[in-house]
Design a protein around this ligand. Structure first.
Ligand SMILES: NC(=O)NCCC[C@H](N)C(=O)O
Length: 326
């Protein structure tokens, strides 16, 4: 006879606790809007309301960090640096999957000085065993990290946004390095200049998307790939508040704000919406997803295999665990 000595609610010791989601963030100490590289950025408005907006950014960022931690995430911090106001948008730092980081190459000279800063940061993570490999983009090819290369873990595909910031040619680089399928989709509305402003895969297989951000062909590809019943249209009023730029952890969706319609659409599918006061980042064209980068993403092929050993860096979503795909 086998006696189960595990107390109710406890896991048997043979099954380790799944590692928490590990998220990279950068405090907005030097965040400001001092140049214009997307239609949201208005340095004059920032200047006129500088102290109000930077205070709101600091408070909102801390609220986002706290909420992610309350939802079980471990947060790693990149050191802020004066003169790099967009460093807060860590989603743009790299594409990360299966313990490999592909460091961004930015389109605009204003953001290029972030590249060596992020490279050093990722090298530091590798030295701590939190990453296995750190790679750079080949010369002449732009890719602005997870902001334009959004991973859909359930489908085993990266959705690559091109047309504004990243090059379509980056698709081959990503496919070669990560061995994951890449679906390039052209972005056509300058307000949704990064893929993460227009598309957000959810852990249950649904995908939030902003239809007008894509060409007719792209919308067709998304319908084909995802299925019309699993595509959740983000209403225009929400899209322009960057609601598609959401962080999804299991059944929780963290974003700046959502209309009652969008909240209802998510609730119907079993998601809880958490609003955090990060609207001031909207003046730079960013929101919740942009302010984060998941370090522990796994492909289906590799889920369950710890990266960097079994220490604090091991971050596998063990097979059979409740879906915490993204
Ligand atoms: N959408 C993102 O992934 N990141 C926001 C980047 C905002 C920044 N001001 C930029 O235009 O690059």
């Amino acid at each position: 006879m086998t006696i189960d000595v595990t107390a109710p609610g406890q896991r048997p010791s043979a099954q380790p606790e799944p590692a928490p989601p590990r998220i990279i963030m950068c405090a907005p100490d030097h965040f400001e809007v001092s140049y214009t590289i997307n239609p949201w950025m208005r340095p004059d408005e920032w200047e006129a309301r500088r102290s109000e907006l930077s205070g709101a950014a600091a408070a909102g960022w801390s609220a986002l960090r706290r909420r992610l931690q309350q939802l079980g995430a471990a947060v790693e911090l990149v050191a802020p640096r004066s003169g790099l106001p967009d460093l807060v948008f860590t989603a743009n730092a790299a594409v990360v999957l299966d313990g490999k980081a592909l460091v961004a190459r930015f389109r605009h000279p204003e953001r290029r000085p972030e590249e060596p800063h992020f490279r050093r940061f990722f090298d530091g993570l590798a030295a701590r065993g939190l990453l296995d490999e750190v790679h750079d983009m080949p010369p002449g090819v732009c890719l602005e990290g997870a902001g334009d290369c959004v991973h859909d873990a359930g489908r085993g595909v990266f959705f690559l946004g091109h047309g504004f910031r990243s090059d379509r040619e980056a698709a081959a680089v990503v496919a070669d390095l990560f061995g994951e399928e890449v679906e390039p989709l052209e972005l056509v509305d300058p307000r949704f200049y990064h893929m993460d402003t227009a598309l957000c895969p959810l852990s249950g297989g649904e995908v939030l998307y902003v239809p007008g951000a894509f060409s007719a062909e792209g919308r067709g590809r998304l319908r084909e790939r995802i299925g019309a019943d699993r595509l959740i249209e983000v209403p225009e009023a929400d899209a322009v508040r960057l609601a598609a730029n959401a962080v999804n952890l299991g059944r929780d969706v963290v974003l700046a704000e959502a209309s009652d319609d969008l909240k209802a659409a998510l609730a119907e599918r079993g998601y809880s919406v958490h609003e955090v006061p990060i609207r001031s980042f909207g003046l730079s064209g960013g929101s919740a997803f942009c302010l984060t980068l998941r370090l522990d993403r796994r492909s289906n092929r590799r889920s369950g295999r710890p990266v960097g050993g079994t220490g604090p860096g091991a971050a596998a979503d063990a097979p059979g665990q409740p879906a915490l795909l993204d």
